[in-house]
Design a protein around this ligand. Structure first.
Ligand code: HEC
Length: 292
């Protein structure tokens, strides 16, 4: 009798032990040691944070919610809040690894985002943590080029022209990406590399609405190795657009002086009629009461 009981007890204990290790094992997400130590070679800045926020809002917020509000989706394992301790106590490298490789319901972003873009998202996460101090990369022996970037617009071919000099020299093969600033963010014109003359061209659709003079703000970003630069210039690349009130010519009743006379008359007559009717009813009710 005694032996059977111990047998059952042993079995129950081992099953319990097995399932709990399985569950625990599942919820722990191991990151290889060398991946944990990976750091960004660019100090996080406002530009990276803004870019990261945009990527987060379009690609991650549906599951991870609004950071600091812990309104992430109900899933097992839980996605968690990027501003919370669970994310913030991890190294930059661990976050990088997890975003890159994914697991189960957490998608793998390796083929979706460039490394720069993943770092931008991490820069955004870290901007939510006032206690975070970024590890400084050891740049000894690494050369960081400086750039001289000039933007212009060639109206004959509708192209944005980006001329790049690297450490004062013309160089082919420098990564250049260009954007047009919009009310809500940036409209990408594309990514390319400089040609043998150190020039990168981008097609611009001149139908894009500019200000009253057709001006648009062009942004060019250049990168080579650990060097990075961003230049902005206002150029007459768009179609001149008169600023219009959002409701102009659309709502008949949005302002009084836009309403036609017939509408005015009907409107006021209706109000007078309603008030009149109410007085008549009240008067009749009083009469009724007196009679009673
Ligand atoms: C479809 C839902 C979904 C989307 C979209 C999503 N995630 Fe996740 N994420 C999850 C889930 C679920 C987990 C928990 C996975 C686990 O522990 O196995 C997770 C975990 C993570 C982790 C690890 C958290 C930890 O505690 O270790 C990071 C970092 C992360 N996500 C970042 C992102 C980023 C950045 C994006 C957008 C580029 C994103 N996620 C998009 C569902 C999602």
């Amino acid at each position: 009798m005694k032996t059977i009981k111990t047998g059952i007890l042993m079995k129950t204990a081992s099953i319990f032990f097995l399932t709990s290790t399985l569950l625990l094992g599942q919820s722990r997400w191991e990151v290889p040691a060398e991946a944990k130590d990976k750091i960004s070679f660019h100090m996080f800045n406002e530009d990276m944070v803004n870019e990261g926020r945009m990527l987060y809002e379009s690609s991650c917020a549906s599951c991870h919610g609004t950071p600091t509000e812990a309104n992430y989706a109900l899933m097992v394992p839980s996605p968690g809040d990027p501003a919370g301790e669970r994310f913030q106590k991890q190294t930059d490298g661990a976050l990088f690894y997890k975003i890159k490789t994914g697991r189960d319901q957490m998608p793998k972003y390796e083929d979706v985002f460039s490394e720069d873009e993943i770092w931008n998202i991490i820069a955004y996460f870290r901007s939510l943590n006032p206690a975070y101090v970024q590890p400084v990369p050891d740049l000894e022996g690494i050369e960081i080029p400086t750039f001289d970037v000039k933007l212009s617009y060639d109206e004959n071919v509708d192209k944005l022209v980006v001329k790049v000099k690297t450490d004062g020299e013309i160089e082919a093969g420098i990564d250049v990406s260009a954007f047009i600033k919009t009310m809500f963010g940036k409209y990408p014109l594309g990514k390319t590399r400089t040609n043998d003359f150190g020039i990168a061209y981008f097609d611009v659709d001149h139908k894009i609405p500019g200000d009253s003079l057709g001006n648009l703000t062009a942004i060019a970003k250049v990168r080579k190795g650990y060097g990075f630069d961003k230049t902005t210039r206002i150029l007459p690349m768009g179609t001149p657009t008169k600023p219009l009130s959002a409701i102009a010519g659309r709502h008949l009743w949005s302002t009084d002086d836009q309403a036609p006379l017939w509408l005015d008359i009907i409107f006021h007559a209706t109000i007078i009629f309603i008030w009149g009717a109410m007085f008549v009813i009240i008067y009749q009710l009083r009469k009724l009461k007196k009679l009673a």
